[in-house]
Design a protein around this ligand. Structure first.
Ligand SMILES: Nc1nc2c(ncn2[C@@H]2O[C@H](COP(=O)(O)OP(=O)(O)OP(=O)(O)O)[C@@H](O)[C@H]2O)c(=O)[nH]1
Ligand SMILES: [Mg+2]
Length: 252
């Protein structure tokens, strides 16, 4: 596998160096692309410095904070242009443990989308407060119910995609940016028959620095899932009506 780890960063000065060194140690064969959105704290500069010492690191510097989804779209495009065949999505705050990558890669040998899952047997979130737990769990349950998704952790941002899956998903046209981005990618993957597998992960609280989670991100996800759910209902209704019209009429 020629694998690119796409690492979106915004103000991760306290994590970036340790993350790049840890990745270099655990998955030395992977190339890393830091996608930084003009972090005022100098994350990109530090990434350049550590990256040129370690090798195998590129930094895509963008001007302004444009959201996680947009950072991934840019990172995927960068990697596909350069012929990478697998893409890792992970946060730079150590919520996603780089040590779990080898187990995700094993699953990626037979599946086009591997989701690091907190909500299957063996998955854990040891130190989240109750409100955060409920929000995440509730969001996942809602997405499963409304979209008929059989993925327990569709908001997870710790994943491996094959290049084929990304191209089939047509990731460039994915609209959402926050958690909605992960759900939309999963929903599309399911709809076009990409093979999906969940692998248990332990999700820890961010090691250092500030969270960029916001109400807007939650509202975006909720709004989009509800819209897709309604579209699904309308599509099913139309399909049933078409089937009824085309089936032969019963005589009185
Ligand atoms: N390039 C880029 N990266 C971002 C942006 N927003 C967040 N990130 C990065 O995306 C990853 C996830 O963001 P977090 O702030 O940890 O959000 P979260 O994991 O949903 O929330 P917490 O669990 O509270 O940390 C981190 O590596 C961030 O630095 C953005 O607008 N642009
Ligand atoms: Mg985080």
């Amino acid at each position: 596998m020629r694998t690119l780890v796409v690492l979106p960063t915004y103000n991760e000065i306290f994590n970036i160096e340790l993350m790049l060194r840890t990745l270099n140690e655990i998955v030395p064969d992977c190339h890393v692309l830091v996608v930084d959105d003009g972090s005022p704290d100098g994350t990109a500069k530090r990434a350049h410095a550590v990256g040129s010492e370690l090798g195998g690191v590129d930094v895509l510097e963008r001007r302004a904070k444009s959201g996680l989804g947009d950072a991934y779209r840019a990172g995927f495009a960068w990697g596909l242009e350069r012929g990478f065949d697998h893409f890792v999505e992970m946060d730079c705050d150590f919520s996603h443990d780089p040590k779990a990558l080898p187990s995700l890669f094993v699953a990626a040998e037979d599946h086009d989308l591997v989701v690091g899952s907190r909500y299957i047997k063996g998955g854990e979130i040891p130190n989240w407060r109750l409100s955060r737990r409920l929000l995440s769990r509730g969001g996942n349950e809602y997405a499963s119910l409304v979209l008929g998704l059989k993925v327990a952790d569709s908001t997870s941002g710790f994943r491996v995609y094959s290049a084929t899956a990304l191209e089939k998903i047509n990731y460039k046209t994915v609209r959402a940016d926050g958690y909605g981005f992960q759900i939309e990618m999963t929903y599309r993957a399911r709809n076009i028959g990409v093979s999906i597998i969940e692998v248990p992960i332990t999700f820890k609280d961010r090691l250092r620095g500030e969270s960029k989670m916001s109400k807007a991100i939650v509202v975006e996800a909720l709004g989009l899932v509800t819209t897709w759910g309604l579209e699904r209902v309308v599509a099913k209704y139309r399909e049933r009506r078409r089937a009824r019209k085309s089936s032969p009429q019963r005589s009185a």
